[in-house]
Design a protein around this ligand. Structure first.
Ligand code: ADP
Ligand code: MG
Length: 677
């Protein structure tokens, strides 16, 4: 059985077992699924096809006696002269003096190493007496972890296949193998470790990729179905008349996309299952307005609503705008880390006794001391900034609220179907009318003076500007210093006519509020800031966004920053100051100037950055696949998703015998713990 302890494989002693445990190999199955992270290809090519600086393998005959030179006590250099295809090639080996005796005139030897085309020389990393093994030109290289050596792994895995080959059960119905032309499970596994050739390796990868995608998507779809079927959820019987009145009183008419999303959300709220929905929409598309209506609906159903946002600035801003939207319709409270002492006690009490209707806050909301009385609706804004755990805690609070996640980072389809495969998705894919596209320019640093003149001109017309300093870590002192220095510089340029403010993460909340309020009231015309203003900040009178060292930001982040302007009726501008050295950097700048569509940008960003970086490290909640790559194997991912949907919704796992093994596997995986919620 594959779940036997790995020590049942012959040749594994106590020591090796310990080493295996250290790198996470406990069972035979773990071992078989411990895949190489690359392969060395020992394919002998003619000299004429070798490429300078590549790792190559050649085969030749030793001519004469190798020369050995020592330098220092332990260091040596051995030069072996080889004849390869009638050409004389030098093979250089460092610190292997013993090889001199092994390699005699006339011996055939196969060497692998870095090729120097100009000197006809190879710096040897590996050599073997005799001819190359044409049987196994592709050699697995396992991740170097712990104390397990590559050779050891190869040997043990080979042995494991001898003992357990028949225990590797096929889990896919035969029809899938035929349709997708996939090798059987045991064959694919073997080929992953010991590929016969490139072709068989490719098919093995395809098979394993599909399998892991399918299992993952099955879990997601299963969760989704289970979630929907959990009938003891909260039906929120809101008052449609009140909600309609509220909508009518808004200072604008909702867009069609807003109305459609709203309807989808309200249907979920009224139904008995717990809503688990993602609301996607570009910056400024009006998600917050939709959120406000939903929160209001919740109140009319007699419940509390919570809105969790990633920063204090944003919490404060939402608090102000929701308060003025709701007027006396609701008691809105703010709970952030900086609400302290008596005030905090008061607010906690209001929440607990159901006297607070709407609670807005940062992650302070999910701390233990916060006891909701009757939480019906939880909205998480800019959800990608929260860890999976945090999202879940909020969900677990109160009486299993309906949960709505909002994001302005348009998520590429490929990530959406992995990270949010178990969610329903609403999309606001339309901007409120009258918005002008932000014009984006990319200029070199030496154009700074013209940029400043441009700011001057806009400010003279009554508008405002942001100037963003790069910030990699919010706690990075150096970056704060950047902002402080830049602020000084702009103060001496603009003051006294134009007032320049400074904003960064290290400021006290009260200071932040003060600066933000002044900026919102146009007492400050220029705001120098780190990326703390990245999400959600709304000052419609600002028309210029200048971003310093723009090459240090990812596309999505640049897009977020750009979204701070263009929020009113007038033409706005985004100016990227950048001197990118790399092609990727230049490409980014070019894309920014050409694309204002967030979804398009996000697809391109994903291509440039890869899925791991997309949401930011660790926080992503993205699964780690062993073989499959969400970006490159996108088609497989989509196929797996569709197949999983069909399997779950047609209940094939229970209704069709050929899915028996798959069902068993899925059950095991689910028992191991479903971590995505
Ligand atoms: P998001 O949260 O998606 O970034 P907001 O809800 O903050 O967007 O909306 C951005 C701005 O547009 C706000 O000033 C808001 O009042 C306004 N707004 C929202 N919906 C509409 C609409 N349908 N028509 C006009 N303006 C709108
Ligand atoms: Mg928003």
């Amino acid at each position: 059985m594959l779940n036997e302890p790995v020590s049942n494989v012959k040749g594994i002693g106590d020591k090796l077992q310990e080493n295996f445990t250290e790198i996470g190999i406990n069972t035979v199955e773990d071992l078989l699924f411990y895949f190489p992270n690359r392969y060395d290809i020992y394919e002998i090519k003619p000299l004429s096809e070798l490429i300078h600086d590549d790792k190559v393998t050649i085969e030749g005959e030793v001519i004469g006696e190798p020369t050995l030179t020592f330098f220092g006590k332990k260091k040596s250099r051995l030069v072996v002269t080889l004849q390869v295809e009638h050409v004389v090639v030098k093979a250089v080996m460092f610190n292997r003096p013993f090889a001199k005796k092994q390699l005699q005139h006339g011996d055939t030897v196969t060497v692998t190493g870095k090729w120097n085309q100009h000197r006809l020389q190879i710096t040897v990393s590996n050599y073997k007496k005799g001819q190359a093994n044409s049987q196994a030109p592709i050699q697995p290289v396992y991740p170097q972890k712990g104390n397990v050596k590559n050779q050891q792994l190869k040997k043990i895995i080979r042995q494991a296949f001898l003992q357990y080959k028949n225990d590797i059960k096929e889990i896919l119905p035969t029809s899938y193998l035929q349709e997708y032309k996939l090798p059987k499970r045991n064959e694919a596994l073997f080929q992953m470790h010991f590929p016969t050739n490139n072709q068989t390796l490719k098919h093995a990868r395809r098979r394993i990729t599909y399998e892991e995608f399918l299992l993952f998507q099955l879990k997601m779809q299963w969760l989704r179905k289970r979630n929907r079927e959990a009938t003891q959820g909260n039906s929120q019987l809101f008052n449609q008349v009140n909600v309609d009145e509220f909508i009518k009183e808004l200072p604008f008419t909702l867009t069609r996309a807003q109305l459609r999303s709203l309807k989808e959300i309200l249907i979920d709220m009224r139904s008995s299952f717990h809503m688990n929905r993602l609301l996607q929409g570009d910056v400024g598309s009006g998600k917050t307005a939709v959120a406000a209506i939903c929160l209001y609906a919740s109140i009319t159903a007699g419940k509390q609503g919570a809105l969790m946002v990633p920063t204090e600035i944003l919490a404060e801003q939402h608090y102000q705008s929701l308060k003025s939207l709701f007027t006396d319709r609701a008691n809105v409270v703010l709970l952030t880390g900086s609400v302290k002492g008596k005030k905090r006690k008061e607010i906690l009490e209001l929440i607990k006794t159901n006297k607070a209707d709407i609670i807005i806050g940062t992650h302070a909301l999910i701390q233990e001391e916060v006891v909701f009385n009757n939480l019906g609706m939880a909205i998480v804004d800019e959800q990608h900034r929260f860890g999976v755990k945090q999202r879940r805690t909020l969900r677990d609070k109160g009486l299993n609220p309906d949960v709505l996640f909002m994001t302005a980072t348009p998520i590429p389809r490929t990530l959406a179907i992995t990270a949010f495969g178990d969610m329903d998705v609403s999309q606001i894919d339309e901007m409120p009318s009258g918005r002008k596209e932000v014009q984006t320019y990319w200029v070199k640093d030496n154009m700074l003076n013209r940029v400043l003149q441009f700011i001057q001109k806009e400010v003279d017309q009554g508008y405002q500007a942001y100037v963003i300093c790069p910030l990699i870590e919010e706690s990075d002192k150096l970056d704060i210093q950047n902002a402080v220095d830049l602020h000084q510089q702009l103060v001496s340029y603009f003051e006294p006519d134009i007032h320049v403010g400074l904003m960064h993460g290290r400021l006290h909340t009260t200071e932040k509020d003060e600066v933000m309020n002044k900026y919102a009231n146009n007492e400050l015309q220029v705001l120098v800031s780190t990326t703390v203003v990245e999400v959600g900040v709304n000052v419609p009178n600002a028309t210029i966004m200048v971003i310093y060292d723009a090459e240090r930001f990812g596309l999505s982040q640049l897009h977020q920053l750009r979204g701070r302007v263009g929020r009113g009726q007038v033409q706005s501008y985004c100016i990227l100051l950048a001197d990118p050295k790399s092609d990727v950097g230049k490409e980014r700048m070019r894309i920014m100037t050409e694309t204002t569509n967030g979804f398009e940008l996000s697809e391109q960003d994903l291509q440039l950055r890869g899925p791991g970086d997309f949401f930011g490290k660790k926080q992503s909640g993205l699964p780690e696949f062993r073989v499959g790559d969400m970006v490159h194997d996108y088609r497989a991912l989509e196929t797996a998703r569709n197949d999983a949907q069909e399997i779950i919704y047609a209940n094939l796992l229970n209704n069709d015998k050929s899915y028996g093994n798959l069902k068993e596997m899925l059950n095991e995986e689910i028992e191991k713990g479903v971590t995505l919620d």
